[in-house]
Design a protein around this ligand. Structure first.
Ligand code: AMP
Ligand code: ZN
Ligand code: FE
Ligand code: FE
Length: 292
């Protein structure tokens, strides 16, 4: 594992806090990023920007550059896809209205997940998952934690494999907007839309190329070339896809919680050479003189 791209920076553009399904509060996350030597961090909570204020205060105190971020759930040809938005105007009204709708969608989805899992005979499943989310809307990882606690499964991985993962009862997709819509929300707020962890969707190479093409057509500008848990083969494939589609390259750990050595803030495989980093195109570009 190599930490970052450009010697004087450590850039991580994808991670989660308790504002969505991460284990650390925004303040704790920033403190950990500081410990790991991260110089530029985008907090990208699922369908919310509610952690950014606290993160910004903590980042400023530590001299870390915080980039506005979020990770939006959407649908492309019946596949759930994640689009990371970076460096947008957090006060833009249409984006904020869209995020409020996503929050409603997530509540409706949470109730549907609970209905679908009713056969497990867990009482008050939504309430228990909501408690795990600190009173905010629960995501699938919060449901997974309840299933573990209730002894239905041995760990979160088994919860996803049996009940919450792709194609299982708790994989409820109907509530997400289209890929085109979420890209528009980000670009409309002056941000950069990034196709998150493209290898996670388990698409064939042909389908992934089609997705990338549609994403670009919709106004998407970057793909996450380097993320945690990828092989060097994946990295090479995504670098090639990035070049072919003439997209910018992003990198992010997708950190959720401490204790997973394969997924740590700032610890990302070095991107292959010859790609144009997305951070060169931020409103305050990072490392432009160093890289050109
Ligand atoms: P949600 O946005 O509520 O659908 O939850 C998505 C999150 O669930 C992802 O960002 C991951 O953190 C987690 N997740 C998805 N699939 C798995 C899996 N197979 N095992 C563990 N966690 C997963
Ligand atoms: Zn997550
Ligand atoms: Fe994701
Ligand atoms: Fe993520």
């Amino acid at each position: 594992m190599t930490i970052t791209q450009e010697a004087e920076f450590c850039i991580d553009l994808h991670c989660h806090s308790t504002a969505s399904d991460g284990a650390l509060s925004p303040q704790e996350l920033i403190a950990r990023a500081g410990d790991k030597g991260v110089t530029h961090l985008a907090l990208t909570d699922h369908d919310t920007i509610s952690g950014l204020g606290d993160a910004q205060t903590a980042a400023q105190a530590l001299g870390i550059s915080l980039i506005a971020g979020t990770e939006l759930s959407c649908l492309w040809k019946s596949h759930t896809i994640h689009v990371v938005g970076l460096d947008f105007d957090t006060s833009e009204p249409e984006l904020n209205a869209a995020l409020a709708r996503q929050n409603d969608n997530r509540w409706r989805r949470a109730r549907t997940i609970a209905e679908k899992l009713a056969k497990l005979k867990i009482e008050d499943l939504v309430e228990k998952a909501t408690a795990k989310a600190g009173g905010d809307v629960p995501g699938r990882p919060h449901f997974a934690r309840v299933l573990v606690e209730e002894g239905v499964v041995k760990d979160a991985a088994q919860a996803f494999k049996r009940y919450l993962g792709a194609g299982k009862a708790g994989d409820v997709k109907g509530f997400w907007p289209s890929l085109e819509e979420v890209v528009c929300w980000i670009t409309g707020a002056g941000g950069i839309a990034v196709l998150a962890h493209p290898r996670k969707y388990k698409l064939t190479a042909t389908k992934l190329r089609a997705l990338t093409g549609d994403f670009r057509q919709a106004g998407g500008r970057a793909i996450e070339v380097s993320t945690s848990g990828q092989s060097s083969g994946d990295l090479g494939f995504l670098a090639e896809l990035c070049r072919r589609e003439n997209l910018l390259a992003s990198q992010g750990s997708d950190f959720h919680f401490p204790g997973a050595p394969w997924c740590e803030l700032g610890s990302i495989m070095k991107m292959p050479d010859g790609l144009e980093p997305v951070w060169h195109h931020f409103r305050n570009p990072v490392g432009v003189t160093a890289a050109v």
